[in-house]
Design a protein around this ligand. Structure first.
Ligand code: HH2
Length: 298
């Protein structure tokens, strides 16, 4: 028997709303398949890799490894945003990231993002071949950043942070963290579109650990399915973050690997399609498994 809207003998194909993210190199269709952003810190003081990748060759080697493991995007950062980290000059930051981006661009056609709050660094990085600006200040730290992104037509990650890295963990306070982050995204979306950025180039990130206590992070993780502005993708950076240690007493970074995979799976189930992680292989496999189960019957 076939109902008005039904198909004989089976469930209707649920329609998956279109979700795209535009960058100059490629427009990603995020309706069905999540993407992995591998983290490449070229800072001497990064909390996660202790500066191991600060030299060009080892940075490239690490990028190649993440690409072989299935990274779709390599996110390159030259300034640590660890709580209490001291800022570096634009010249120093550019000197760290520029050679890595240029060399990686020469050998790889995938997406490269620059993790910076400075328009000068972003300009140099885009010139070297980066496709995306990932700004943990949500394009508020530098008044020239929005105009630059609009002119370049690059992809943009707009992250929420309360305060600034040096002091953000001192006493973060919210009325309702979920409502506040949602309101921030809407304000940013309006402002950035008014500045000339293509709405399809925007993606949003709740900024786990950036001016948030444990309960704030957990509330945001529980609300991942209702944070993003309509039609825009969400990116999550929960990899190895200290909230895992607070919950599970895993001070050793290596022990935060499996909890990170679990958080990624939870986030994917809540519709997060962009995952910024250190350990690409396990996250890639977890996402493949989740998507194989979800899509097999479609
Ligand atoms: N987290 C960090 C840096 N950049 N960008 C986005 N969009 N989202 C994040 O959650 C995010 C980010 C901090 O983590 P990490 O890169 O591991 O450390 P460091 O601050 O030392 O670079």
């Amino acid at each position: 028997m076939m109902g008005k809207l039904g198909r004989p003998g089976g469930a209707r194909k649920p329609s998956v709303p279109a979700m795209i993210w535009k960058t100059p190199r490629a427009t990603l269709d995020l309706s069905r398949h999540a993407r992995v952003m591998g983290i490449l810190n070229v800072t001497p003081d990064s909390f996660s890799d202790g500066g191991r990748h600060s030299r060009l060759e080892s940075a490239l080697e690490h990028a190649r490894c993440m690409i072989a493991e299935g990274a779709d995007i390599i996110d390159i950062g030259g300034e640590s945003t660890r709580p209490g980290a001291q800022p570096v000059t634009a010249e120093e930051e550019t000197a760290r990231v520029f050679p890595v981006i240029r060399a990686l661009r020469d050998e790889w056609n995938g997406l490269i993002s620059i993790d910076t709050m400075k328009a000068g660094v972003a300009l140099a990085a885009l010139g070297a071949g980066a496709d995306i600006v990932n700004d943990v200040s949500g394009l508020r730290a530098d008044p020239h950043m929005a105009g630059l992104c609009a002119t370049a037509g690059c992809g943009v990650v707009v992250m929420h942070m309360l305060g600034e890295p040096r002091t953000m963990q001192l006493a973060p306070h919210y009325g309702d963290v979920v409502a506040d982050v949602r309101a921030f995204f809407h304000e940013r979306m309006e402002t950035l579109i008014a500045a000339g950025i293509d709405p399809d180039a925007l993606c949003f990130d709740p900024g786990i650990g950036f001016g948030k206590k444990l309960d704030h992070n957990l509330a945001l993780l529980r609300a991942l399915d209702c944070l993003a502005p309509r039609g825009r993708p969400l990116l999550l950076g929960a990899s190895r973050k200290s909230f895992i240690a607070s919950l599970l007493e895993k001070g050793d970074l290596a022990l935060r690997h499996w909890p990170t995979v679990a958080i990624t799976a939870l986030a994917r189930e809540k519709g997060v399609m962009l995952h910024r992680v250190h350990d690409v292989r396990a996250v890639r496999e977890a996402l493949r498994m989740i998507e194989a189960v979800a899509h097999r019957s479609l």
